[in-house]
Design a protein around this ligand. Structure first.
Ligand code: ZN
Ligand code: ZN
Ligand code: ZN
Length: 380
C-alpha cells in the first residue's frame, strides 16, 4: 500500500536549488547522448527532478519536458495546477496547463521538436506516448533506462543520508524480528511482523517482506505463504520499502534451532561470497566484477549452479534500479552509486541462503548501509 497525501513532497530537506541542479544535469546528459530532451512522467523520475508525485496519476497527461537546451516545462492538467506549483521545485520549471475537453497532446507536442529525439520515463503511460507519436510522426522516442541508465545512479550526499537512514530502520527491524517466535507460526505471520516493524521504525511504504522457510527459501522470488515454520528450518528474510522517499532492502537468513553441518557450510559460503563481493567494490571497477567476485567464491565451494540471479541492483527512490551488478554490465562504479550485494545459494526442495546489504561506493571502497551481524542467527 502506498500512503499519499496531496501535494506530496518527495524529499523534504532537499533545497529548490538542488532540483534546478538535477534538471541541469539531466539536460546535459541528454545533450551528451545526442538527445533533444527528457520527457519525465509521474513516478520516481518526476519525484527526483521536480519533487512532484501527483496523486491522480491517471489518463490525464502530466509530463515534465527537460530540453537539452532551454527551459524545463511541465504539462499539467488544469485541476492539478495548484499541486504542481506547491512543491519545493516549483519555480524551477514553467507550467503549461491544459483543460478537460481540449486536446492535451497539442500543447505537449508544441514543446517538442518535430523530428527530435527524446528519452521518456519507463513509467510513462503507453497511451500518452502513442498519442505523441501520432502528433509528431518524425520524432523518435526511447526508454530513459535504455538511453541514460545511469541518470539517477550516482546519489548526492542528501540522498545517501536518506538511504542510510532507511537502512538503519531496516536493521532495527531485523534486530526486533530475532525475538519473535518462528517455530509453529506461518510465514505470513512473520511477514506481517516485518511489515509492522518497518512502519514502526519509520517506513511510509513496505514493498516486500519475504519469509522463505525450509524448501520455500530455495525459491528466490517466494514472498510468504501459508507454510508453518518448523524447528530445523533455514528461513530467508528479505524485506524493505520506502522511508523519507528512499528505499531499504536487506536480507538475513536465520535458522530455527541448531543447523546441520551442511547448512552451516552453505551459509558460510554465502557469507564469504558477500564479503568478497563487498571487497571487490572500487571506483572504476566494472559492475560485472562485483558479480564475478561473489560467483567465484560460490563456484569454488561447489554450489555454482545454485546461485541463480545477479548479485545486486541499484537502489534510490525505488528499491530496484540501475546500476545492476550483473555479468555484461561494463559500467564503471562511480563514487555515490548505491546498490545491493546479495549472493545466495538455493538448493531446490530443501533450503536457501541469501545475505544482502546495501552499500555505497566511495573513493575508499564500499561502505555498508546495513550493519546487522552477518553471522547465522539462531531463532526459536
Ligand atoms: Zn536446518
Ligand atoms: Zn532484498
Ligand atoms: Zn535486493
Amino acid at each position: 500500500m502506498k500512503e499519499v497525501t496531496n501535494p506530496v513532497s518527495a524529499s523534504p530537506a532537499i533545497t529548490p536549488a538542488q532540483f534546478v541542479e538535477r534538471m541541469e544535469r539531466g539536460a546535459a546528459s541528454a545533450a551528451a547522448a545526442g538527445l533533444d530532451g527528457l520527457l519525465i512522467a509521474p513516478g520516481p523520475d518526476l519525484a527526483y527532478f521536480a519533487d512532484y508525485l501527483p496523486i491522480a496519476t491517471t489518463e490525464r497527461i502530466t509530463l515534465l519536458v527537460i530540453p537539452a537546451v532551454g527551459e524545463p516545462t511541465m504539462v499539467v492538467p488544469l485541476l492539478e495546477h495548484d499541486s504542481a506549483t506547491a512543491t519545493r521545485a516549483a519555480g524551477a520549471f514553467g507550467i503549461v496547463d491544459w483543460a478537460d475537453g481540449t486536446d492535451e497532446y497539442v500543447p505537449t507536442a508544441a514543446l517538442l521538436e518535430r523530428s527530435g529525439r527524446y528519452a521518456i520515463s519507463d513509467a510513462a503511460w503507453a497511451m500518452h506516448l502513442l498519442a505523441l507519436q501520432q502528433k509528431l510522426p518524425e520524432a523518435r522516442f526511447e526508454s530513459i533506462s535504455r538511453a541514460l541508465p545511469m541518470l539517477r545512479a550516482v546519489k548526492g550526499d542528501d540522498e545517501i543520508d536518506r538511504l542510510a537512514a532507511a537502512g538503519a530502520a531496516a536493521d532495527a527491524t531485523f534486530e526486533d524480528i530475532l525475538s519473535v517466535r518462528f517455530a509453529g507460526r506461518r510465514e505470513t505471520e512473520v511477514a506481517a511482523d516485518l511489515a509492522r516493524l518497518l512502519r514502526e521504525h519509520g517506513h511510509s511504504q513496505v514493498d516486500f517482506t519475504v519469509v522463505g522457510s525450509g524448501p520455500n527459501g530455495a525459491n528466490p522470488h517466494h514472498e510468504a505463504g501459508e507454510r508453518t515454520i518448523e524447528d530445523g528450518d533455514m528461513v530467508v528474510l528479505d524485506f524493505g520499502g520506502i522511508m523519507d522517499g528512499y528505499g531499504s532492502d536487506t536480507t538475513r537468513t536465520v535458522h530455527v534451532g541448531d543447523p546441520t553441518d551442511e547448512e552451516h557450510d552453505v551459509f558460510e559460503a554465502v557469507k564469504r561470497a558477500q564479503q568478497t563481493a563487498f571487497d571487490a567494490v572500487a571506483v572504476g571497477v566494472a559492475c560485472q566484477e562485483v558479480d564475478r567476485a561473489a560467483r567465484a567464491v560460490i563456484a569454488d565451494a561447489g554450489y555454482g549452479e545454485f546461485f541463480i540471479h545477479r548479485v545486486g541492483h541499484g537502489i534510490g527512490m525505488t528499491t530496484h534500479e540501475p546500476p545492476y551488478m550483473v555479468e555484461g554490465e561494463e559500467q564503471p562504479i562511480l563514487p555515490g552509486m548505491c546498490f545491493s550485494i546479495e549472493p545466495g545459494i538455493y538448493l531446490p526442495g530443501r533450503f536457501g541462503v541469501r545475505i544482502e546489504d546495501i552499500v555505497v561506493a566511495t573513493e575508499h571502497g564500499a561502505q555498508r548501509l546495513n550493519n546487522t551481524s552477518r553471522e547465522l542467527h539462531i531463532v526459536r
